[in-house]
Write a protein of this length. Sequence first.
Length: 335
Amino acid sequence: MPTPSNPVRECFAVDSDIFSSNIAPAYQPVIMRNLVSHWPVVQAGLKSRDELLEYLKTYATNDFVKVFLGPPNINGRFFYNHDLSGFNFERREGPFKDVLERLAASQHQQRPPAIYIGASKIPNVLPGFERDNTLGLISGDVQPNIWIGNAVNIPAHFDTSENIACAVAGRRRFTLFPPGQIKNLYVGPIDHNPAGQPISLASLQEPDLERHPRYEEALKHALVADLEPGDALYIPPLWWHNVESLDSLNILVNYWWENLTELTGSPKHALIHSILTIGHLPPEQRRAWQEYFEHYVFSEDNPAEHIPTEKRGILSRLSPALARQLKNYLKQAVS
């Protein structure tokens, strides 16, 4: 059984120029050591757990947040139930301050329930926190999210956005898989999953290679990033990542942003539409459509290079007028 041991590349003293010119274009995960170690919230956590919680309470509102609650016997792994008809945890909503108090109380339990607040907008639940703990690598228009929990494990999943994840308190281990390993990850349902994105059904901690034999190949390509408080990890879009919170109190702040323009739509929507229109065709036709997608969408060559510029139609350079034309065509076609 191969154990993921390939380390993610590390960089130190990263600034916005290094990030935009060197890190993001490479489309590889990168650990940015000590990137946010100067944040007041990180410094509070390094002093004590109580000081960290008091620091958060100075900003906290009673806005409702979504919470995952799991019994102790799931060992922190939020997942499906035995037949994938439901999940092994409950989804609840509650005031942020109250959930924070419950999480603080769980620190004194020998075998606490799994508690996890995911992707809560900081300007809503901790207004002012984002001004006192700033990233500086990306546009200030990108709103940060906070993730708080005890020792929990989030199965491998992907995001369609660029992602910078900053470890604030507690240690985190990310195990990352390149997009090309999707065929070896035994991905669960697209439209029925724990938190909005499909997850790998293979267990990183207890892999069952009789049930998931190709997972062994995925593990050979896995990269591992261990983060200490103050470290940050850049995760490119569509890279799979399993996230383990290794301490009894863990806090992470992340930033998501996309490079889409107002003219375009979501590639994920295009994928769903392709599943509808192409996924059920006979194999020979699917392979033929694959060639057409390769030619018109994925080739680095211009498929309209041989056509006079003024006659290229929908293959012309994208403009607001052309985007409206394409969207109107799709609305009529889909309906």
